[in-house]
Design a protein around this ligand. Structure first.
Ligand code: FAD
Length: 332
């Protein structure tokens, strides 16, 4: 932990610390903050436990021009072995008490802070007899991560479930205030398949809370639908440490089908293996490093391009720096 003392050398991080008043941890391994369980250290790490805390921390970061990375559950990121410089903010603004149901004349809305896990949200909705979010059961991310990525599954996605979200945006004219607090509707996010206008990072936007569309149903019907979805996941997706689907499905096809047809199922580089159960998943066999995943990704992209003339696009987001692909022996 670092705390501010009077004779500390001044740096943007220490100025930030003084401003937000929370302690920062230094040199914290990120492997325990992401679902693939890999990745080097964060130079500094701070956890936000409420949406208000998240807002304060991000504003402090912007005011002091400190480099930062925001993570939810880290289930859609590949963090490099050298780690991340600056501050990693872990969004833990979550909890059942942080989920609110509002009934208006037109619709029923469910509000959740952005650090709420989708698993918690879908369970709470089911208990309350609120249907519409069943598709999200089993996705191991936060509401915020889902809003950014347009997460989706089983014929549902955020683009269709989201009514609006409270966001914090870095002000392009900082002399008029460092940040703008706004409410964006689903159409403001310019959603497309696993994409939104903020995923390309040209805009600094943080999701604070999201409001999702639900309707009344019987808890037992909702739970049965969720159980069915969970069963399908179990039957088709591998257990273990992974990032879910590595590549987006190309138009009219499936990344997993192409990878399998290229004869790459089961291919292993170091401790990273293409799943035998689902070829668009790569699983950490327990001893993988991020570079193993990076090299495996490169092999897959190259082979699929060579064999089928299809350029597979990443669904996951690489963070930090990676080495140029090392020579990989495909019989590894
Ligand atoms: C086993 C497994 C199964 C999966 N199945 C699916 C699936 O069926 N469908 C699907 O779409 N995805 C799936 N995923 C991927 C992943 O869970 C989702 O994309 C999820 O929405 C990511 O949320 P997160 O909190 O983990 O985001 P992170 O991985 O922590 O972050 C992803 C990106 O979002 C940004 N971000 C996170 N929170 C915020 C915020 N509050 N404000 C602004 N930016 C933010 C981060 O900076 C980063 O750029 C799966 C992953 C795994 C491991």
């Amino acid at each position: 932990m670092i705390m501010l003392s009077d004779n500390e050398v001044k740096s943007p991080v220490y100025d930030l610390l003084a401003q937000i008043g929370y302690p920062l941890r230094q040199n914290v391994l990120l492997s325990r903050y992401c679902s693939a369980q890999i990745g080097g250290p964060a130079e500094y790490l701070i956890e936000a436990n409420t949406a208000n805390q998240l807002e304060k921390i991000i504003q402090g970061i912007w005011i002091n021009h400190v480099p930062y990375t925001l993570l939810g559950r880290g289930s859609n990121v590949l963090i490099s072995d050298v780690g991340l410089s600056g501050i990693v903010v872990i969004n833990r603004a979550k909890g059942v008490g942080r989920i609110r149901v509002c009934e208006t004349a037109e619709e029923i809305q469910i509000w959740a802070e952005s650090g709420v896990n989708l698993g918690t949200l879908t369970r709470v909705a089911a208990e309350k007899g609120l249907s519409g979010l069943e598709w999200a059961t089993g996705i191991p991310g936060t509401v915020g991560g889902a809003v950014v990525n347009n997460a989706g599954a089983f014929n549902g996605d955020i683009a269709h479930s989201l009514i609006m979200a409270d966001i914090l945006q870095q002000n392009p004219e900082p002399d008029q205030g460092i940040s703008l607090r706004q409410t964006w509707t689903s159409s403001d996010f310019h959603y497309s398949y696993r994409n939104s206008r903020i995923k390309n990072e040209s805009e600094q936007v943080v999701i604070l809370r999201a409001c999702l569309r639900v309707e009344k149903s019987k808890p037992e019907f909702i739970k049965a639908k969720m159980a069915q979805i969970n069963q399908k996941r179990k039957a088709t997706q591998p257990p273990g440490a992974s990032m879910g689907s590595i590549f987006k499905n190309p138009p009219g096809d499936y990344a997993g089908r192409l990878i399998e047809a290229a004869g790459l199922k089961g291919l292993q580089v170091g401790g990273a293996q293409i799943s035998l159960q689902h070829a668009n998943f790569m699983v950490n066999q327990g001893n993988a490093c991020a570079q193993d995943f990076w090299d495996l990704i490169s092999v897959v992209q190259k082979e699929v391009l060579n064999q089928f003339d299809v350029q597979l696009e990443l669904e996951i987001q690489p963070l930090g720096t990676f080495k140029e692909v090392q020579k990989v022996n495909q019989s590894d």
